[in-house]
Design a protein. Sequence first.
Length: 460
Amino acid sequence: MAVASRKFFGTNGIRGVPGKDITLEFIAEMSQSIGTFLGSSKPVLVGNDVRNSSPSLVGSVLSGLLSAGNNVNAGGLAPTPAHQFGVRTLGYVGGIIVTASHNPPQYNGIKFVGSDGVEVRREDEAAVEAIYLEKKYNRPDWQAVGRSGKESRVIENYIAGIMSQVNVPRISGRKFTVVLDIGNGAQAVASPYLCERLGCKVITINAQPDGNFPGRGPEPTPAVLKDMCEAVRSYHADFGVAYDGDGDRSLFCDENGEIYWGDRTGSMLADYLLSKHEGGPVVTTVSTSALVGIVAANHGAKVLWTTVGSVDVSRAMIDNNAPLGLEENGGFFYGPHIPVRDGAMTTALVLETLAARNISFSQAISKLKTFYQKKSKFECPKEKRPNVMKIIEAKATRSGAKIDRTDGLKIWTDDNSWILLRPSGTEPIIRIYSESDDEEKLEKMYAGYEQALKEAIEAS
Ligand code: MG
């Protein structure tokens, strides 16, 4: 196989600003390359999120696939995990989803998934890139171009799939009230209907799909979710949940409007779900709270720690037959449904957890050990980074700390305290994540390494 000399696929598909970084011709030829890679035995599903540029990009994707001889069905607007589940269950050889997830409105891109609905492996992306660069894609004559059709089952298939994974009568019996902050994204067409069918009283905010994301932007972070928390308190709801633009990530607040990062909600879910899926394992990234390890150990389950990235979690789940995966940014993966992060599936699992245990969200969270976290990022030119990381590693080694090199440097200063320094794959920055069960210890550890990092950047 030829080695691609350029890399188009990033950590999560191909992304850029249409008209600037990515052209319609590029998307068409890349889709032609994907179609060639897949072969033309079964149709390819093409889906999209709410972005203004999505219809034009879908046109290019369809054009590329059809000209490579692939039959295609357009699934229209749906959350990314709905399209992924559709590819897996409705008889497709693969799928291309037009989305830029949580990126600002001007961005868009494509995500390429295999017949299992999961993003393809890195080596398959490289094979597609090689086909593209060598222009070795199929160019059949007029008699052999693909046929195009519609796929209208994506949303209903998705909602039914999620409902089949949870105890519907038990959830309906609790008559939950939930606030859904759709963020003008793709869950507008799925999650509210799912929650209604699970017997919930549903209050939605930012529920109109809109590619300008006028509500609170496409990325759910605690800083932009005040309206959701306020709505939860004023409607006396059981919890609130906010999705990202394409509906695969979800951040929750409890009945008091307190927001939790994904590793805390994910640990709460794991604590319940590991009683159903004995032994796990649970897959998560090295930037996730040690809480996951404690919860898993309580159930006699193992945790597999991966490099940072949702595809890394999905692939490790498949390789290890793991039922659960999670990320600190609000990604939760439920293997029995599909091992990809999924905002609506996660919402249904939260409902089931609270119903099965007959407790409130804050009660479920309060069962978990408290950890304190601090995250930030430092600018550092890419060429300086190897030396900077070497200096930090030497400091950690001198101090006798345990070092994990899965992704960047994760330095354990004691059993419940660690700091992770990780050069970003896309920007000239080094990210810092740190955690301890002791707030004072966290401050001291963080300050020490922050100082060391500043000095190392200066000296490099
Ligand atoms: Mg997303």
